[in-house]
Design a binder for this molecule. Structure first.
Ligand SMILES: N[C@@H](CCC(=O)N[C@@H](CS)C(=O)NCC(=O)O)C(=O)O
Length: 210
């Protein structure tokens, strides 16, 4: 398999974690988002939406990180990112989607570029925007985690879709100096996952294109 990836792309980071958790090897193809390589003709032939990640497999070429993660789960069910108990699985997905859908789309590179290039928003206002939307999702998430019975550093007992999407988002939040003391449970989960090999090996700073 080939993964079109960029070290700081949080959706690529999700897929790197998922591939590592499943124990699947892949060839990384680096696309530099900062230099705008996603908008170049060569890459647009790969993904006309000019976005990462893209996974090339013997079954075809797939985009959208959550769809890719579903594909990996269907083809390689073990270890599973989901839970057998329907209620627990729904609670887990509730947390995962709050991160993967509510924050990511608003804080994506093309949105940030539009704010500065088209609306002439100043860098410090852009940072306010970024941190505002992280806090808007992390505050209720921290609250929900506090309501889970007997909070554990892996709240669902194993790495799930929730941790796969949360860890890249925490990495982004820390880059923007979001006040981490407000989020003790989120930080516990983050630190716990960074001790797991599959998460460690997916970390942005150790990718060859970092
Ligand atoms: N919903 C898509 C989002 C894909 C996406 O926007 N990826 C970002 C990187 S995290 C990207 O390539 N951005 C390029 C840009 O905004 O120009 C997914 O989950 O894969």
């Amino acid at each position: 398999m080939r993964l079109y990836t960029y070290f700081r792309s949080s959706t690529s980071y999700r897929v790197r974690i998922a591939l590592n958790l499943k124990g699947l090897s892949y060839e990384p193809i680096f696309v530099n988002l900062k230099d705008g390589e996603q908008k170049q003709e060569g890459f647009l032939k790969i993904n006309s939406a000019s976005a990462l990640p893209v996974l090339e497999t013997s079954d075809g070429r797939f985009t959208q990180s959550l769809a890719i993660i579903d594909y990996l789960e269907s083809k390689h069910p073990e270890p599973s990112f989901f839970l057998l108990d329907v209620i627990e699985n729904t609670k887990m997905k509730e947390l995962a989607y709050a991160i993967s859908t509510d924050i990511h789309a608003i804080n994506n590179l093309r949105v940030l570029n539009y704010l500065s290039d088209e609306l002439q928003v100043q860098p410090e206002e852009k940072t306010l925007w970024y941190c505002h939307w992280i806090d808007a999702a992390f505050e209720p998430l921290e609250h929900k985690l506090s309501e889970l019975k007997g909070f554990k550093k892996l709240p669902f007992g194993k790495p799930t879709l929730f941790e796969i999407v949360l860890i890249p988002q925490v990495y982004n939040a820390l880059r923007y100096d979001v006040e981490k003391s407000k989020y003790p449970r989120i930080m516990d989960i983050y630190n716990c996952c960074l001790d797991i090999e599959a998460f460690k090996n997916a970390s942005p700073e150790i990718q060859p294109d970092a």
